[in-house]
Design a binder for this molecule. Structure first.
Ligand code: M6R
Length: 612
């Protein structure tokens, strides 16, 4: 988490940095800060707890001149989110300033050693330890800023993306990365750097993605140079961005989340483009690795949060259509579980951001043990996309709202195509089934458009439920993960406690919670287990519980039972999780808005979780 922005060039950069911080605020919004080198080569440092807007207010009467600067928006890991712990951090003699995303795991040992050498610390952060270490090395060895940064990073255990400025080397920014992303933008008479490309796209589409253990030397009026941490030169691979500025704006919607919910017909079109052809599914990632998929003995899916829920649906799809045993693991558990992985296992890593630290670590373990790792990512060029052996992008465009919506439907769509493509290869799915699912996938954008018409009705319904302190979400089969996802959406943006459960498990415990104060959302489209879920609904009604049911249009039986119904178009069972997610997203959104919550930036959360 945390967002970094930097600029060096001919222009006054304060506004560039602030605009960049706004774009990166989804990565953390506990505090923000900026450090600028002015025309006298002094570093002016301003920081404030709270969001970037608070920093702007704080800077209103300050000298914010300077053509070189670094800035940061923080998701707190070490020390509470106050002004002192906000980044940038300064070295003891205030010559060097740093911004950092990641965590320095051995910071306590380093801090103790520095204290013994006379260093005094102002903050509780691990980052201040790094800047003090850089200054200590620079002064003791009488070396350049670059050498000091390089040596300091060799002492550090942990993850970092950093940008460093020094008043004694005023025309330079040193940047480096290990396990946390950093992108450098090459403009005309200017170089930009940021945690992702969104702050850069306004100025240039030429970017360099820094690799792990690389250090960039960014100098005014000089070409970019990059070295490895062992001092060897690195190749610079300049890539062209395909992002557009309009994709990063709200486009008339009050929140990014609502915009992203409504984008789903189009994002699904982008997701399936060129992949569903003549009633066949064609995924280059599968075609390029035929042998791997033919011979796979087992698939292990690793992911976190919403991506993990998509993984659970992927498991059902792969079992049904590719007939391969599948396990789904939380990446955070998998990495410490001493997993048994064989060379003919395939590990599928699912991640919207492509930067989730736990998922990256799980990939590393799988690769060390010889598995073939396949990525399902959204962000092109992200760390996970680059760390995997092959993969399929979901292509749903930038997702800014912290609550994942269009990425979830994109992930489930890709996993459906993946299961069918592998099934076609292994001969485990017949042509008729492939054609039926391919046609239904093609219809999904229109069916989603239909489901989105529920918006007004759900907005009205949401008034009734803002009082609730708890919610239960129940579903079966393909839609048990939908229940988990619906509950996660509600809790993360409205702060209402919500639990997802397999509907049939209710009688083993959660039924004790049912009373007139606990609304239950049943995800009950007409499918194989329809009769069974009707009896689950009856059990809740018999105990005075209010039922909201997501049902297939025309399902009179459940309509007669439930207090509220949300009707979606008919769709094959395996694709129903995509469609049911629309009313669930809208319900969470409207309840949270009615409660006055900041749906795009819920408290304590960040969009991309780049720390453990
Ligand atoms: O970027 P990733 O898909 O790897 O992120 C995983 C989770 O952090 C993410 O899905 C999180 O649970 C969302 N806030 C859910 O809406």
């Amino acid at each position: 988490m945390c967002g970094i922005v930097g600029y060096i060039g001919d222009e006054q950069c304060y506004q560039i940095l602030i605009k960049g911080l706004h774009r990166l605020e989804y990565r953390g919004y506990d505090s923000a800060g900026v450090a600028l080198i002015d025309s006298n080569n002094n570093i002016n440092l301003y920081k404030s707890h709270g969001k970037v807007a608070a920093l702007e207010k704080f800077c209103e009467s300050k000298d914010v001149t300077g053509t070189i600067g670094i800035a940061h928006t923080r998701w707190a890991t070490h020390g509470e989110p106050n002004d002192v712990n906000a980044h940038p951090h300064m070295s003891q003699d205030s010559n060097i300033a740093i911004v950092h995303n990641g965590t320095i795991e051995n910071y306590k040992v380093l801090k103790q050693a520095l204290i013994e050498h006379g260093c005094e610390f102002r903050s509780e952060t691990d980052t201040e330890v790094l800047v003090q270490l850089i200054e200590y090395i620079k002064n003791s060895n009488k070396c350049s800023l670059l050498s000091a940064v390089r040596e300091a990073l060799n002492e550090v255990i942990g993850a970092y993306a950093i940008a460093v400025i020094d008043k004694n080397t005023p025309n330079t920014i040193i940047a480096a990365r290990k396990s946390s992303p950093l992108v450098i933008g090459i403009g005309e008479n200017a170089t930009y750097l940021a945690s992702d490309a969104t702050p850069i796209i306004d100025y240039t589409n030429k970017v360099v993605y820094l690799n792990d253990d690389e250090i960039a030397i960014i100098k005014k009026d000089e070409p970019l140079s990059v070295i490895k941490s062992n001092n060897e030169p690195s190749n610079i691979d300049i890539q062209t961005l395909k992002l557009s500025v309009s994709q990063l704006e709200k486009g008339g919607y009050p929140h990014f989340m609502l915009k992203e919910i409504f984008e789903q017909p189009n994002t699904l079109r982008d997701c399936i483009r060129g992949r569903v052809v003549n009633d066949q599914i064609q995924l280059s990632g599968v075609m390029d690795n035929k042998e791997r998929f033919m011979n796979a003995k087992r698939i292990i899916i690793v992911a976190c949060g919403t991506s993990w829920h998509a993984g659970l649906i992927g498991k059902r799809l792969l079992i049904d259509y590719a007939r391969i045993p599948v396990e789904v693991e939380y990446a955070s558990e998998f990495r410490y579980s001493n997993p048994v992985i064989n060379p003919d296992d395939i590990v599928i890593a699912i991640s919207q951001s492509g930067e989730t630290a736990d998922t990256l670590a799980a990939i590393q373990i799988a690769k060390e043990k010889g598995a073939f790792v396949y990525g399902v990512c959204n962000v092109v060029g992200s760390s996970i996309a680059r760390a995997t052996d092959s993969g399929t992008y979901i292509h749903v465009g930038p997702e800014i709202g912290v609550a994942s919506t269009k990425a979830f439907t994109g992930q489930v769509t890709v996993l459906t195509m993946l299961a069918i493509a592998i099934g076609q290869l292994r001969g485990t799915v017949d042509d008729q089934t492939v054609a039926k699912i391919a046609q239904s996938i093609r219809q999904m954008p229109e069916l989603i458009t239909e489901a989105l018409k529920l918006n007004k009705e759900i907005e009205r319904l949401s008034y009734t439920f803002t009082y609730a302190h708890n919610f239960l979400y129940l579903g079966r089969g393909y839609n048990f993960p939908s229940a988990l996802e619906g509950a996660l959406k509600l809790k993360e943006i409205s702060y209402i406690h919500a639990e997802g459960y397999p509907a049939a498990e209710m009688k083993h415990g959660p039924i004790a919670l049912i009373d007139h104060e606990l609304p239950t959302v049943f995800i009950a489209p007409s499918d194989e287990l329809h009769e069974k879920i009707i009896s689950n609904i009856q059990q809740v009604k018999a105990r005075g519980g209010a039922v909201i049911a997501v049902i297939t249009k025309g399902d009179q039986e459940i309509a007669n039972l439930a207090n509220f119904i949300l009707e979606i178009p008919e769709v094959p069972e395996c694709l129903s999780p995509i469609l049911v997610s629309i009313p669930l997203q809208l319900l969470a959104y409207h309840i949270a808005v009615k409660k006055g919550c900041n749906v795009d930036m819920p408290r304590n959360l960040a969009k991309s979780v780049t720390v453990e």
